[in-house]
Write a protein that binds this ligand. Structure first.
Ligand code: ARG
Length: 497
């Protein structure tokens, strides 16, 4: 240890900045506490305790205390199983349950003292249990290891998270469906390349996100179904020689079945990766929506206003109303993708079974969960509160010739022209309209016929944005009646009232 301390000191002197202070401070702390106490839980073969630096790098209690509820539930299920299988007595099991319930109340009341010396949530709970009930507590860890314990706790935690995320996504879909219904007829330009493309309705646009969120829900549900196998009872990696019943603990904890291979059970973190991957995709969807909100609420577009609740002012420019919440939703995928990336890298090349590397699985998932939670809530709030501005949308439809495709379609349908020729001729009319400073629907029949003499009076009215949108009745198209039909269908498909 002294070698490491000297090495760190030298390194600290060589570099500048805040990290020097930090490193020096840590080394001092380490020197100051060379004779730490042995761990009461695993200290049997050790003659002295870990150094302070070892504790600093090793402890997880600062973050894994979030698993306390799952840890207690897992221990209760394990104790019941041990009693049913006659591995511990019923009296011990009752004492363990009572002690664990008391620990849960202490933690919830904020009176539980988490100890860094006890490394993690598992040892904090077990050690407090021993204080509370004495000897029976020491029997709880029979036929179990922290390896299957942490995998079980974390799976249970992620499973709850998946349920919460699903509910939040369903909430957002419900808000989008209501808005889409209200605005199924509201015309706006649909864009490709951020340039005017074709008229669509606001409701139609919002429905695109209902579908995206539906796929997100599918991915989370899929992850949940694969996650739901219990690691508990796999013990360290090889199973146990005690006559345990892993099916019993699996059922008690709401798992579909026990994981079939003990080594895989303690090494598997796919459930965390799958949550992060689905969360990364979902956050990317939300960031695309957030960017649209930023664009739509800009002074240049003015398609919507965001509410005061989700915008901020400027400390210098009194007129400002900045879409900060939307900008943050746009930015947050960075953290979630970072967590996914981080955990993939931790697991890559890691030999079976458990390695302490795997303790690095939690903080990224916790951060991604918190981030996704706030991003989902803020996005739902912004959608619920936003006000569309039909005039601005109508004005935007006057520029960029959004019905040029309708003109080409007319030539195909009414004049029997091949589409490529019609496309060419419609393009020539767009050029003529541009030089006259007119929109297509403002061109007179004579103007149109000057370029395409076959055009007949039945063209009148076909080039408005409203008829363009109304004509797009193909399945999933933007015609208001089609949008309403798809809204009704989506309410059924996604079970949203
Ligand atoms: N705190 C540890 C973790 O999160 C618990 C498992 C420890 N297992 C072990 N063999 N040291 O991974």
């Amino acid at each position: 240890m002294r070698f490491l301390a000297e090495y760190l000191m030298k390194a600290a002197y060589k570099t500048n900045g805040i990290s020097n202070l930090l490193v020096c401070d840590m080394v001092k702390k380490d020197k100051a506490s060379p004779n730490n106490a042995k761990s009461s839980i695993w200290g049997g073969r050790f003659s002295s305790g870990p150094s302070q630096l070892m504790k600093d790098i090793n402890d997880s209690i600062s973050f894994d205390q979030r698993l306390y509820r799952q840890d207690i539930a897992g221990s209760k299920a394990h104790a019941s199983m041990l009693a049913t299988c006659k591995i511990i007595s019923d009296a011990d099991c009752t004492a363990i349950h009572q002690g664990l319930d008391q620990i849960a109340s202490e933690i919830e009341a904020g009176s539980f003292v988490f100890s860094e010396a006890l490394e993690d949530i598992h040892m904090n709970v077990e050690s407090r249990l021993a204080e509370l009930i004495g000897e029976p507590a020491l029997r709880l860890h029979t036929a179990r290891s922290r390896n299957d314990q942490v995998a079980t706790d974390f799976k249970l935690w992620v499973r709850d998270l998946l349920d919460t995320v699903d509910a939040a996504l369903a909430d957002m879909q419900a808000v989008l469906l209501d808005k889409a219904e209200t605005h199924a007829d509201l015309l706006m330009p649909g864009l490709t390349h951020l340039q005017t493309a074709q008229p669509i309705t606001f409701g139609f646009h919002l429905m695109a996100y209902v579908e995206m969120l539906g796929r997100d829900r599918g991915r989370f549900a899929d992850a949940r179904s694969r996650l739901n196998e219990s690691p508990l009872g796999a013990a360290a990696l090889a199973g146990t020689s005690f006559p345990t019943d892993r099916h019993m603990t699996a059922t008690a904890l709401g798992f579909d079945r026990p994981a079939a291979n003990a080594m895989d059970a303690v090494s598997d973190r796919d459930f965390a990766l799958e949550f992060l991957a689905a969360a990364a995709i979902c956050s990317v969807h939300l960031s695309r929506f957030a960017e649209e909100l930023v664009i739509w609420s800009s002074d240049q577009f003015g398609f919507i206003s965001l509410s005061d609740a989700f915008t901020t002012g400027s400390s210098i420019m009194p007129q400002k109303r900045n879409p900060d919440a939307a900008e943050l939703v746009r930015a947050k995928p960075g953290r979630i993708i970072g967590s996914l990336n981080g955990l993939l890298i931790v697991l890559k090349g890691l030999p079976l079974a458990y390695g302490k590397d795997m303790q690095e699985d939690k903080e990224g998932v916790f951060d991604a969960a918190d981030t996704l939670g706030v991003v989902l809530a803020a996005t739902t709030g912004m959608i619920r509160d936003m006000t569309p501005h039909p005039d601005a949308m109508r004005a935007a439809l006057k520029i960029g010739f959004p019905t040029a495709t309708d003109l080409a379609d007319y030539m195909v349908r009414q004049l029997g022209m091949p589409f490529r020729e019609a496309h060419h001729s419609s393009g020539a009319i767009v050029a003529a309209a541009a030089s006259k400073g007119l929109g297509l629907e403002d061109m007179s029949l004579e103007d149109l016929q000057e370029i395409e003499p076959q055009i007949k009076p039945d063209i009148v009215g076909l080039l408005s944005a409203a008829s363009s949108a109304a004509a797009r009745t193909s399945f999933g198209g933007t015609a208001p009646n089609e949008v309403r039909a798809r809204i009704a269908d989506a309410r059924q498909r996604f079970a949203i009232g």
